[in-house]
Design a protein around this ligand. Sequence first.
Ligand code: SF4
Length: 398
Amino acid sequence: MARDTRTILDEVLAGARLGADDAVTLLSSPNLAAIGHAADTVTRRLHPEPWRTYNIDRNINYTNICTAVCDFCAFYRPPKHAEGYVLEREELYAKIEETVALGGDQILFQGGLHPTLPLEWYEELLRDLKQRFPQVNIHGFSPPEIYHFTKISKRPLKEVLERLAAAGLGSLPGGGGEILVDRVRAAMTRGKVMTDDWLEVHRVWHQLGGRSTATMMYGHIETLAERVEHLERLRQLQDETGGFTAFICWSFQPDHTDMDHIAPAGPFEYLRTQAVARLYLDNFPSIQSSWVTQGREIGQLALLFGANDMGSLMIEENVVSAAGTVHHLTLEQMRSAISELGYEPKRRNVFYETFDEDPAVALHANMPVASCCGSSSGCGSHEASSAASQLPVITSVT
Ligand code: SF4
């Protein structure tokens, strides 16, 4: 018989590790305030500092061509599709130059599973970017891409990761996790990495000394028990390696996907899921808010439901916007969302090292809010055309 919410929360706050059955009970519980309060208590214990953090980076989707088929993805185009692209090198340079001009120091570099680009193409690209922009961290290639590279190159995972790291890869994003349960993955993806191999990419990266993030996209075909199984697999790997820096969850965005018959999960569900994740992932140092899918207000409330970080202020985002979800924040709005809660806003890098001053604050102070065409097609109109006239508009999902 399921135990009551209060008993479970009292035990967790007294130091017990949250079990899977109890986590399912919490995910089903209407007592959102109590769960949120418990998650906030844990967050304040882990992060007693008077600040909450944010990051500035740019999401560059180097290609939308993808050999996989994910029913929830509105971003990809199959090989030979007229709208398929691979970004030219000059375009990449321009995007990174703009990022640096706007005070950013990181790119989130992800793409589809391209059918023909060899591993050497990625190595050469990383070397080139690192040579031109040595100060910029490349947070790149989610586990589905890395796994795909091992298939394309026919080289072992460890060698692929070592070669990418040697070429300039700085850290690994947690994209493509969705729900780490093979039943769920098999039902909505074809040609994409399954659970054990997704985890293995992170495991080997951590063993090589690398750091990475973990994600969860919930609110589609998974059961609550499968949502918890996802958390359990992450917790186990983190017990083993300690290499995850943060966890980020967001609700499935159904518009313009083959799963648009599914009603989107609402903000209560988001806050409850994140709060339970904070309680379950007791070995994860940080939890990021996902305001890009939830909007500023719920993204801000997330800081009271287990998150200690607002995530990234992104200069470009194509994947979530392709599904029609477009939330805009300026740097000032991001910082005020933190300060309104009584915390000092503090910028961090991908390794959660904080900066006393954010040089981007002065850069952004008098800029107008970027306008957006509102297109759901990932048209690229969200991109900054010049550093002086455009602002970071949408944030990351990794
Ligand atoms: S989610 Fe990633 S792997 Fe799946 S279709 Fe989209 S780009 Fe390809």
